[in-house]
Ligand binder design. Sequence first.
Ligand SMILES: [Fe+2]
Ligand SMILES: [Fe+2]
Length: 215
Amino acid sequence: MIPCVPKTDLPLLYQTPDSWAAAALQEPLALLNDHAHLEKKAAGNALDLLNQWPDPVAPENWVERMTAIARDEVEHLAVVTRLLSRRGGKLTKHHRNDYATGLRRHVRVGQGPRELLDRLMVSALIEARSCERFEILARTCEDRELSKLYSGLWASENGHYRVFLDLARNLPLRGAAGRIEARWEEWLAIEARTIESQSPGPRMHSGVAARSMAC
Ligand SMILES: [Fe+2]
Ligand SMILES: [Fe+2]
C-alpha cells in the first residue's frame, strides 16, 4: 500500500493537477537533484533570516524557530542526496529555480519591515507549495521508496509553512493586522500566477504541460 498523507488545507489559489506528478517523475534523478538543491536553499534561507528579526528585539522563539527549520532542511538534504547517490545520480553544481526567483521579484527590497514581511511570506509560500507537491507525489508515485520519502517530508514542510506565516502575522508593524492580511492576499495571487507560468519538467516547482492540463 502506498503511504498517504492528509489532504491539505493550504490556502494556495492554484491547485496542481495530479497529472503534474506523472510528468515530473519521468526523470526521477533530475527531480531528486532539483529537490536536494531546494532543501539546501531552504536551509540557507532560514539561516539568513536567523538574525534578521524586526527591531528592537527578536520576537520570542525567533532564533529557535529559524534554527529548527535550518536543521530540518539540512536533514532533508542529507536524506535526498543519499537517495540520489544510491540511485546513481549526482548533485549538480548549479541550480536555478525560476519560481522562487519570480516570487522574490515582488519583495519590497530596502523597505525595512515591509521587506522582512515579504521575505517571511515568500518563505511560507514556497513551503506551502512544496507541501502541496509532496502530497501529490506521495499519493500518486508508484515507486514505494520515493512515495515514502515524499510522505515523510510532507508534515515537516507543512510545519515550516505555518511557522513562517505565524512569524509574518506577528511582526510588530504599525497599523498592522489589516495590512498584513491584505499583503498575504496579494502574495497568494502573485504565487498562483508565478507557479502557473512555470515551464514543465522534472522539478518540484515546475509547471504543467498543456497536454497534462487537458487530462
Ligand atoms: Fe525541507
Ligand atoms: Fe521546509
